[in-house]
Design a protein around this ligand. Structure first.
Ligand SMILES: C[S@@+](CC[C@H](N)C(=O)[O-])C[C@H]1O[C@@H](n2cnc3c(N)ncnc32)[C@H](O)[C@@H]1O
Length: 291
C-alpha cells in the first residue's frame, strides 16, 4: 500500500460502513426488529454485522496464510516459518468474537472430527487436533450466520455457538451453561480484542479460563505504540469517527499491554508482521502466548 492508502484506510472502512446503512435498515424492517432499528447501540452492532458480511471475506483472504501458519505453530517474531516452531492448536478451543464464522473452515482442518470438511482424519496435518470449540459471538446477526457456517462445514458435533459477549461466558443466567476457569486448552481470536468491552478485565477473565500450559493464538490490530507522535495522534483522531461506524471496534487498544498484564506467561511471542512499514494507522500483531 502507498503511504496515502495507509492514511486513508480507516476512512475507507468508515465510508464502506456508511454505504451499508440502507441495507441494514432494510434487513431490520424486513425482520420487524424495530427495537434494534431505533436503538443507537443496537443499530451500530447490526450495521457492523452487515458490513462484516461484505468485507470479512476479503480480510480473511488477505490474512489466511498467516492465520493457518499461526494455528500450525509456524509463526515466530511475527514471521511465517517453514517448520513448526511452537504448539499447533489442539483440544478444547475458545474462539472469541467468532463473527459470521469466517474461520470455521480453517478450524475444521485442525479438528479430529471425521465428518468435518477437511478435518484431521481426512487430511495430513500437524498436532493433536481440536476436540471441542466454543464460539463466542454476541451479535445476533453474526451468531446466526456462524451457526449456519458451522453446519455447512460439518462441525456441529464439536462447535458450540455461544450467543453472548465474552464478559458473560461464566454467567449461567446469560446462556444455558458456563465455561469453568482452567478448562480451555487454546484461545483463538482474529481481530476481536479490539471489540470487547473493558479489555483489561475481560482479557484477564479469558486468561483465567485457560489451563496452565494453555495457548492463546493472537492476531489483532492495535494501538500505535512507537514511532511518530503525529501518527499516534492521527490514529486517535480516526478513532473518533471509527467508534460511530465500526460497531464496538476501537483503533487505539493497547492489546499487548492488556495481555501482558493478564497474568504470568511462560512464553510471550507477539510481534508486528514483517510486511508492515511501521506507518500503518491500523497496525497488526500476531503470535502465540503460553500460560
Ligand atoms: C472485527 S470482528 C471479527 C470477527 C471474526 N473474528 C472474523 O475475523 O471474521 C469482531 C467481532 O467481535 C465481536 N464482539 C463484540 N463484542 C464482543 C464481546 N463482548 N465478546 C465477544 N465478541 C465480541 C463482534 O460482534 C465481531 O463479530
Amino acid at each position: 500500500m502507498s503511504p496515502l492508502d495507509i492514511l486513508i484506510e480507516p476512512w475507507f472502512f468508515m465510508w464502506l460502513s456508511i454505504s451499508h446503512v440502507p441495507a441494514t435498515i432494510r434487513a431490520l424492517v424486513a425482520a420487524k426488529d424495530y427495537g434494534t432499528l431505533f436503538s443507537p447501540s443496537g443499530f451500530r452492532e447490526a450495521l457492523f454485522g452487515t458490513l462484516w458480511a461484505t468485507i470479512g471475506p476479503n480480510i480473511k483472504a488477505k490474512n489466511e496464510e498467516c492465520v493457518i501458519a499461526l494455528l500450525e505453530g509456524r509463526i515466530k517474531g511475527g514471521c511465517i516459518q517453514d517448520k513448526v516452531v511452537s504448539t499447533p492448536i489442539y483440544g478444547t478451543v475458545l474462539e472469541i468474537g467468532a463473527g459470521s464464522g469466517m474461520w470455521v473452515d480453517i478450524l475444521a482442518r485442525f479438528s479430529s472430527n471425521v465428518n468435518a470438511v477437511g478435518g484431521l482424519n481426512n487430511r495430513k496435518n500437524t498436532g493433536r487436533g481440536i476436540t471441542k470449540i466454543y464460539g463466542i459471538e454476541p451479535n445476533p446477526i453474526s451468531a446466526k450466520a456462524l451457526q449456519e457456517r458451522v453446519n455447512e462445514v460439518g462441525l456441529q458435533d464439536i462447535y458450540h455457538v455461544i450467543p453472548v459477549g465474552i464478559e458473560s461466558v461464566n454467567d449461567p443466567s446469560a446462556w444455558d451453561s458456563k465455561i469453568e476457569p482452567g478448562s480451555i486448552d487454546c484461545i483463538f481470536g482474529i481481530t476481536c480484542l479490539c471489540s470487547i468491552p473493558e479489555p483489561e478485565k475481560n482479557i484477564q477473565l479469558l486468561y483465567k479460563l485457560l489451563k496452565p500450559g494453555g495457548h492463546w493464538f493472537v492476531n489483532e490490530h492495535v494501538k500505535i505504540s512507537r514511532g511518530s507522535p503525529l501518527l499516534r495522534f492521527y490514529q486517535w483522531f480516526c478513532n473518533i469517527g471509527w467508534s460511530f461506524f465500526m460497531g464496538s471496534c476501537r483503533l487505539c487498544r493497547d492489546t499487548e499491554k492488556s495481555l501482558r498484564a493478564a497474568g504470568v506467561w511462560q512464553e510471550f511471542d507477539l510481534a508486528q508482521l514483517p510486511n508492515q512499514t511501521g506507518y500503518e494507522v491500523i497496525p497488526h500483531v500476531v503470535g502465540t502466548l503460553k500460560k
